[in-house]
Design a protein around this ligand. Sequence first.
Ligand code: GLC
Length: 650
Amino acid sequence: MRCAPGDLHDLAAEVLTDSPAHERQLFDLRLDRWFADLHDGLAAVFPAAAVGPLERRLIGTAARAFADRDPELKELDLRRTLDDAWICDPGMIGYATYADRFAGTLAGLGDRLDYLSELGVSYLHLMPLLEPRPGDSDGGYAVADYRRVRADLGDTGDLRALATALRGRGISLVLDLVLNHVAEEHAWAAAARAGDAHYQDYFRLYPDRAEPDAFERTLPEVFPDFAPGNFTWNAEMQRWVWTTFNAFQWDLNWANPDVLVEFAEIILFLANLGVEVVRLDAIAFLWKRLGTNCQNQPEVHALTQALRAVSRIACPALAFKAEAIVGPTDLVHYLGRGVHHGKVSDIAYHNSLMVQIWSMLAAQDVRLAAHALRAIPPIPASTTWVTYVRCHDDIGWAIDDADAAAVGLTGWGHRAFLSDYYSGSFPGSPARGLVFQENPATGDRRISGTAASLCGLDVALQAGPVPGRVGAGLVDAALARVLLGYAMVFGWGGIPVIWMGDELGLRNDPDWASEPGHEEDNRWAHRPRMPWDVAEERQDGATVAGRMFTALRHFATVRASLPYLDATVEAEIPELADPGILPVLRRHPVGVMLQLYNVTAGWRPWPGHLLHAHGLADGVDALSGTLVQIGLDGNLWLAPHASLWIVPRG
Ligand code: GLC
C-alpha cells in the first residue's frame, strides 16, 4: 500500500484537532488506504505540478466533511466498511420516483413510506430535487444551486429528515448529481457571463466556430429534435458555449481542477445530509477530446476514481452510481476495468439488459440477447448493476451492429424494427410508445412509454371484455409481458429498480404535454403523477393495479430469500435449447440457480437433460413454489411468457 505523505496527515490533524483520537486515527487509516487511488486518478488528468496542491485541497475538504458528519452516519460508514458488498444483497429492491409527483413534498413523501416498505423497497432514487432553473429544467437536470432543495419540495432540513426516516427503515436514499453541466442560471454561469475570468474557465467557451466546428465533425446529437448541435451562442460573452444537452445546460470544464474541488465539496455535502448513493448523471460526457464522440474518455474514469477516493476517506457509506447509457464495451469501464478495477463507480445501469429485454419481447427470440449479454465482460465483485425494464428516460436502441450481424440481423434493420414495433406502427404490434427525438440524419428513433403501454395494455383495455374473454386474454398477455421483463430484472443479480407507476400497471399519461415546459418532451408520458386512488386497489387481485403490485412484491420477497441472487456472483447465459427461451444461470457457492424465460406467446419446451446437467431435474421453481415437472416427452414445458426460477429442492 502506498501511504499518504506526512504533510497530508498533518493537514488532517490540523482540521481534526477537536475530534476524538479514535476518529483522527480512523481518518488517517482511510487516508492511507485510499491515497493511491486519489493520487493516481489526479495524476492521470492534471499536470504533475498541480497534483500535490490539489491533493491538499481535497484532503482538507474531506477532513472538514468528516468532522461535520453526524454520528449516525459515521456508524453507517463503519457498517458499510464491514460489508462493502451491501449493494449486491438480493434484498436490495429499488424504486424511482419524483418527490412532487409521488407525494407533493419531501415531508409528504415521509408520510408515504409504508407504501414503499410494503413493496419491499430498500433503495429509493428520488429524481432531481435540488434547486433547478425556473421553467423547463430538463426534469431538474439543469441545476441552479446544488446546496438548496427545490423550494416547493421543502428545504435541506426536510431532506435530512427524510434521509434519516428512510435509513430507519433500511431504505437508502439515492440522489442525482448532475456533474456534466449546470443550468445557465447557476452562479458560476452568471459570473462567467458577467466577465469573471475565473468562472469563465469553469466552462468550455469559444470565440468563433473554428473549434466547435472541428468538434462537431465527430459529435453525435443527444437532443437532435429540440436542441440540435452541441454549442450555443451567448451574445453577452460573445462566445460559443458547449451545451451537449439543452441550450440552457452549460457543460463544465473538467480539465479545470477548481471544478473537481467544487464537486468533491458538493458530494460530501449531500453525503452528510444522509444521501447514500449519488447517481453520476451523464458521466460519459465529462471529458472532451477532439476527433472523438467526446464520451467514455479515459479521463472520465480517472476523475471518478479521484472523487470516489475522497468520498471513501470522508464518508465510505456513500456509493457511486454511473449513469452511462453507452454501448456494452464502454459500459463495463464505469465499474472499473484495468487500472481502475474496483476504483470507480460501485453501480451502473445495465442498459444492455434493458434494451435486450424489449428486443426479446418484440422479436420473440432470444438469440441476439444471448449473444450480446454473453459478450459483456465480468465486472468487479464489489460492484453491481441497476437492472431495469424502463426508466424516466426514453429507450434508445443500443443494439451493436456486430452483435446483430452475428445472429443474421442488421443493426440498422433491427433498430428500425424495434422503433416501429414499440411505436405501434409495426403490423400487429400491441405497443403504444411515442417516438422521441427522431433523427432524420441517422434514421434513429428512440421510444417513450410506461412498461404497461409498451407491453400492449392500452390496446388490451380498449378491446374490452368481449365474448370469449378476448379482452381479458389481451390484458393477461400484456401483463404477462410486463412481468416477464420484471422477472428478468429481479432475477439477473444487481439492484432491480421499479420506475414509479409500473408497480400499478400505469399506462402513458395522456396529458403529459399539458404542463408548461413539458410540451416538447414526451418522456413525461412515462413520468406520471401517482394516482393514490389507483394505488388503493393494490390488494385487489381483480384489478390491473392489484395484479401488478402483488406480483412485484412477490418477486421482491422471493428474491430476498435466494442467496443465489447475490450479485457478487455473475449471471451467465448457458447454451440455448430453444430460440424462444432465455436461460440464465447463477452458479453460487451455495448451489446453482437456473432461470428460464419464455419470451414467446406460445408454449415452449426446455429439455430435461439440461436440468439434469445442473442437478436441478428435481428442483423447485421458487416463483411458484412448485416442483419442476419434466413431461413424458423429456421436456419441461413453459407457458407463454412464463418465468421460472429453478433452485435446488431445499
Ligand atoms: C441524463 C438524464 C436525462 C437528462 C440528461 C441530461 O441522461 O437521465 O433525463 O436529460 O442526463 O442531464
